[in-house]
Design a protein around this ligand. Structure first.
Ligand code: FBP
Length: 301
């Protein structure tokens, strides 16, 4: 049994989850440092059939090793692994990570992220079983957003001039969606959108929202959390379930957006209304200001 040190930072006032977020903060710094030398694609594909970069593999190995070493972690699942890895000695929380979200942005040097879900039972399971969620954004700065489901805080986790002794600097406490939304981001190709999705986008554009889409889920969602609006990776004519993975991407980020006063939908109802039937299940996802997500839902239904 590894010696469990007390967490160095009070992330959400829940010591065992705070210890998980400490490891995420420290490991993210090593992931960022390793990116320049791990841009190449490696052999094979991930369980969703996508190409894998050396950086994806490296980040996944590092997070898995570090997080499974914590007494409170019972299992580690990720987008890069067919199935979850169990801890040798149990643990009450079950983690699901997207170790390097948006890694296709590496070649163009655009932002990427890490998404961390803390569930109270093994995945696949519904978002109602989330205890906490966090994501790291590797942008001009390295930031980390954390939520216990009731509120959202954002920290600078690297290079903060006046970084406290807990390796972070609070940027925005109790982050909430602005009331006057200005941006939208819809993934997929316009010709592949269903008629409902096309109509929903035209409605948002008529509301004079500006397109802000950068191809990395976490970076695009941070635009919505900062400026107000809607992010969607919608249903497509050739893939009604969209692209993003429910357990690793949609549920944790939906959890954060709802804690910031917004809404998370699968286009026809609450995102947490239905449970995934398999670990790498995909789901359409619409996140952002409640009034706008309601309007998108009304247009699709
Ligand atoms: P992964 O890199 O974790 O597979 O993430 C998938 C993703 O890159 C999201 O971050 C992003 O929102 C979406 O795919 C972009 O998809 P597309 O290339 O179709 O716009």
């Amino acid at each position: 049994m590894s010696q469990q040190l007390p967490p160095s930072a009070d992330w959400i006032g829940h010591p065992t989850v705070d210890a998980v977020f400490d490891v995420v903060r420290d490991t993210a710094a090593e992931v960022r440092e390793a990116l320049p030398e791990r841009r190449a694609y490696v052999e094979g594909h991930n369980p969703s059939g996508e190409k894998v970069r050396a950086a994806d593999e490296y980040a996944d190995e590092l997070f898995c090793e570090r997080l499974l070493a914590l007494d409170s972690v019972g299992s580690y699942a990720s987008e890069e692994r067919q199935s979850a890895r169990e801890a040798d000695d149990g643990g009450e929380y079950h983690l699901a990570l997207d170790p390097l979200d948006g890694s296709s942005n590496l070649t163009s040097n655009n932002p990427m992220g890490t998404i961390v879900s803390v569930y109270d039972e093994p995945v696949p399971t519904g978002g109602d079983h989330l205890v906490a969620a966090a994501f790291v954004l590797y942008g001009p700065n390295t930031t980390m957003v954390v939520s216990d489901g009731d509120s959202v805080d954002e920290y600078l986790i690297e290079g903060a001039a006046d970084e406290g002794d807990d390796g972070r600097k609070l940027l925005r406490e109790d982050l909430t969606l602005p009331d006057d939304p200005t941006v939208y981001a819809f993934g997929g190709r316009r010709p592949d959108w269903t008629d409902g999705v096309t109509a929903a986008v035209e409605d948002l554009e008529a509301d004079r929202l500006k397109l802000r889409y950068g191809g990395a889920f976490i970076a695009d969602v941070m635009q919505v959390l900062t400026h107000g609006g809607v992010f969607a990776y919608p249903e497509l004519t050739d893939s009604p379930e969209g692209k993003l993975r429910y357990c690793f991407e949609c549920a944790p980020v939906g959890f954060v957006v709802e804690a910031a006063g917004g809404r998370a939908s699968d286009g026809y109802g609450d995102l947490f209304g239905t449970d995934p039937d398999r670990l790498h299940a995909r789901s359409p996802v619409y996140l952002g200001n409640e009034e706008l997500v309601d309007r998108v839902e009304a247009t699709l239904s």
